[in-house]
Design a protein around this ligand. Structure first.
Ligand code: GDP
Ligand code: IMO
Ligand code: MG
Length: 434
């Protein structure tokens, strides 16, 4: 059976949650490999909408097992809230979810330090304020506290590590930000209590995944954020703290890249970005507002309005090359239904050069070049077959394929699970076997 990696090709919020949920009906295991509660993956099944932050979207499909891989950073409070909400929906997350023992923990002061760094910076990033950067910094600084530290019999050692890390955080809080220090006793008690739910799910995620792969079970790797928020390949420093592309799967799961078969990139039919940083095709006026309104473009994690603009083929094309994507899924095609004119950024002028791929190291020099399409003025939300889509919508998808250099396997025409059009099923082995 195949395995498939799903990544965001833009700046996050492409609809990865919806796509993972759609594909999960034929999965036995769904794995998150990086990021933490900065992610917000929205899945709508019938009238019920669920926003998942840390738990893989596969949890909404009964019988599917899930893993939070070692490349993730885990916030025990937020995870507890998430599993409690799932339990209220009669979905027992705890018995189906493994958190890799090597995953690092987000500590309460990570969130505080994230927020203060943003507040006091002359050039903030616009982070989600979930403590992601400071948690990954501790990981690479080799002082992080991991899920394994929560196992039975390790409380004393955990408290010692927490005391050491809190002392370092308090120096920053007091000296850098003139903030009140945090007292150890209450923090240690509250935090330890909050970790009890998580502690029951700690296991060897790497082993769970490689065993499943070896047994030929179908495995989905669920990306979070987008390729252009990647710590290396994104618009640095306006990025997140982890590796958001297919290359993140290895270190983020403990699975050799030699296991990976195919990858699909999720792209919105236009572009959005939440937080600061370069965005060549951004629309600042009325058109941007119209996309935001029609697309409901407000952050699933922070509620912030998302910046909106036209589809930027150079951005997605770079993702296709970097990830060696086998196919694309174009989401939110229906949001363009009422536009008289639709534009696509086909590439850039950069001085006297013409570029067809987004280059984040020269982002300020890029001036997008556009192509204009006549809109289709029809509702697409009920379409399920390619031939049911308006001719101009099909033409739009074909042009995206050409410009991005990658076949479009699926198009999503609404937020509900079934609102999907199979465009080129043959592009993905996963779909053929499903
Ligand atoms: P993710 O982080 O990549 O999973 O994406 P988000 O969940 O943050 O944002 C995508 C938003 O678009 C969510 O509100 C989804 O319910 C919604 N959505 C997904 N696909 C479609 C679609 O095809 N059409 C419309 N109108 N909404 C969609
Ligand atoms: P999903 O998985 C959109 C952005 C933040 C900020 C930058 C750094 O839902 O697509 P961080 O809190 O990670 O240090 O913030 O990254 N960001 C996202 N934007 N979708 C996400 O996740 C994001 N996760 C982080 O807005 O610009
Ligand atoms: Mg999101």
């Amino acid at each position: 059976m195949p395995n498939l990696t799903i990544v965001g090709t833009q700046w996050g919020d492409e609809g990865k949650g919806k796509v993972v949920d759609y594909l999960a009906r034929t999965a036995q295991l769904v794995v998150r490999f990086q990021g933490g509660p900065n992610a917000g993956h929205t899945v709508r099944v019938g009238d019920r909408q669920t926003i998942l932050h840390q738990v893989p979207s596969g949890i909404l499909t009964p019988g599917v097992r899930c893993v939070i891989g070692c490349g993730c950073v885990v916030d025990p409070h937020a995870l507890g809230e998430e599993t409690a909400a799932l339990a209220r929906m009669k979905l027992r997350a705890r018995s189906r979810l493994t958190v890799d023992a090597r995953a690092h923990l987000i500590l309460p002061f990570h969130r505080q330090l994230d927020l203060l760094a943003e507040k006091h910076s002359r050039s903030p990033i616009g982070t989600t304020g979930r403590g992601i950067g400071p948690a990954y910094a501790d990981k690479v600084g080799r002082v992080g506290i991991r899920a394994a530290d929560l196992l039975p019999g390790r409380e004393e050692r955990f408290r010692e590590k927490l005391k050491r890390n809190l002392a370092a955080a308090n120096v920053k809080l007091m000296e850098r930000y003139r903030a009140e220090p945090i007292s150890f006793k209450k923090l240690a008690e509250d935090y330890w209590r909050a970790t009890r739910e998580l502690a029951r799910m700690v296991g060897d995620g790497s082993r769970v995944i490689t065993d499943a792969l070896a047994e030929g079970k179908p495995v989905l790797f669920e990306g979070a954020q987008g390729v252009h928020l990647d710590i290396d390949f994104g618009t640095y420093p306006y990025v997140t703290g982890s590796s958001t592309g297919v290359w993140g799967v290895g270190p983020g799961t403990g699975v050799s890249p030699l296991w990976l078969e195919q990858a699909v990139g999720v792209a919105k039919a236009y572009s959005t970005r939440v937080g600061l940083g370069p965005f060549p095709t951004e629309l600042e006026g009325e058109e941007g507002e119209r996309l935001r309104k029609l697309g409901g473009e407000f952050g699933a994690t922070t509620g912030r309005p998302r910046r909106c603009g036209w589809f930027d083929a150079g951005v997605v094309r770079a993702s296709v090359r970097l990830n060696r994507l086998n196919a694309l899924v174009i989401t939110k095609l229906d949001v363009l239904d009422s536009f008289e004119e639709i534009r696509i950024g086909t590439g850039y002028r950069c001085g006297r050069q013409r570029l067809d791929e987004f280059d984040p190291t020269r982002a300020d020099e890029l001036e997008p070049v556009y192509e204009t399409f006549a809109g289709w003025h029809e509702t697409t939300g009920a379409c399920r077959k390619l031939r049911e889509l308006p001719m101009r919508a099909r033409r739009y998808l074909r042009r995206l394929e050409e410009l991005c250099g990658c076949p479009v396997a699926l198009a999503s025409v609404g937020s509900e699970r079934r609102q999907v059009v199979e465009v080129k099923k043959e592009a993905l082995r996963w779909l053929k076997s499903g």
